[in-house]
Design a protein around this ligand. Structure first.
Ligand code: ZN
Length: 294
């Protein structure tokens, strides 16, 4: 009797401690991913056929073409309806979205893909390392256990997405004349994907890079992470860039550039920012050298 009571009490204490740890970690996670970055904002053209359709911070992009469109990232599950409203507001039809892409499968970028997929019927392409996570609704063996448990029970997870195709580093995904090249720039997660593509705007052809986050969360670690980040920094330094973005809009100054574009002689010019791109990679490299973790 006494023995089993003790056992139960120990289990209860263990569960209580684990819950507190989990709550602290969720708080840190939400803060790090800025769950507050989901205010609706006006969608807008960045350049040519390249549009912003995300929330104030959690980013999503639309690349349009005559044979179908591409959407990059789905935000949280609760961001997806905003993304769809933004696509409609720009005058495009969600049903014409043929391809869905992802930067990384954490809930703030992979969470809304399932809803976008259901609404559009689009094919989802993912890197080998991101595919399993997207298909499982956000599970990832690199996420530490208390948080992983919250994904399993549905608090941090999202509806599983149907991954139609897995690409390799350097592959190009095409929809008619649209062509995006995948660069697996691992570090934040193993399958973190940066995308490079060109956009025609008037008589200019501009090089666009969507950089996957290079920062590391204490809640998402793996042994080869620093070596991967070294390689990713090298790869990203080698890309030609006129316009750059990331999956969190605050990191590439979306708002400042958008406001500047409304009064600029050419509204595209404020988005041309190769210096900002280099500064972003310099900062990521400095974080790596200092061993800084978020
Ligand atoms: Zn992330």
């Amino acid at each position: 009797m006494l023995h089993s009571f003790d056992k139960r009490r120990r289990l209860a204490i263990l569960l209580a401690v684990l819950s507190v740890v989990a709550l602290v970690l969720v708080g840190r996670w939400l803060n790090a991913t800025k769950v507050g970055g989901q205010q609706p904002v006006e969608p807008f053209r960045i350049a040519g056929n390249f549009y912003y359709v995300g929330a104030n911070d959690v980013a999503a992009f639309l690349i349009t073409g005559p044979e179908g469109h591409v959407v990059l990232d789905g935000g949280y599950p609760s961001t997806a309806p905003m993304i769809m409203a933004s696509i409609a507001k720009l005058g495009f039809d969600i049903k014409d979205v043929k391809v869905l892409l992802n930067s990384e499968p954490h809930p703030d970028h992979g969470g809304g893909l399932t809803m976008l997929q259901k609404a559009s019927g689009a094919q989802l392409w993912a890197s080998e390392a991101s595919a399993d996570s997207l298909a499982s609704g956000g599970d990832d063996p690199d996420i530490i256990l208390p948080l992983r448990a919250l994904i399993w029970i549905g608090i941090l997870g999202y509806p599983p997405a149907r991954v139609d195709h897995r690409f390799k580093d350097g592959d190009t995904i095409r929809v008619g004349p649209i062509a995006l090249t995948a660069h697996v720039t691992a570090g934040h997660t193993r399958g973190c994907t940066s995308w490079s593509f060109s956009v025609r705007d008037g008589d200019r052809v501009l090089n666009v890079v969507s950089v996957c986050d290079l920062g590391v969360h204490a809640t998402s670690r793996y042994p080869e992470q620093d070596a991967d980040r070294e390689r990713s920094v090298r790869v990203l330094r080698g890309l030609a860039v006129d316009i750059w973005v990331t999956n969190h809009a605050r990191m590439w100054d979306r708002y400042r550039k958008f406001v500047a574009s409304t009064t600029a002689k050419n509204p595209v010019d404020p988005f041309i920012d190769p210096e900002g791109y280099r500064a972003f990679i310099d900062a990521a490299e400095a974080e790596l050298r200092q061993g800084r973790v978020h």
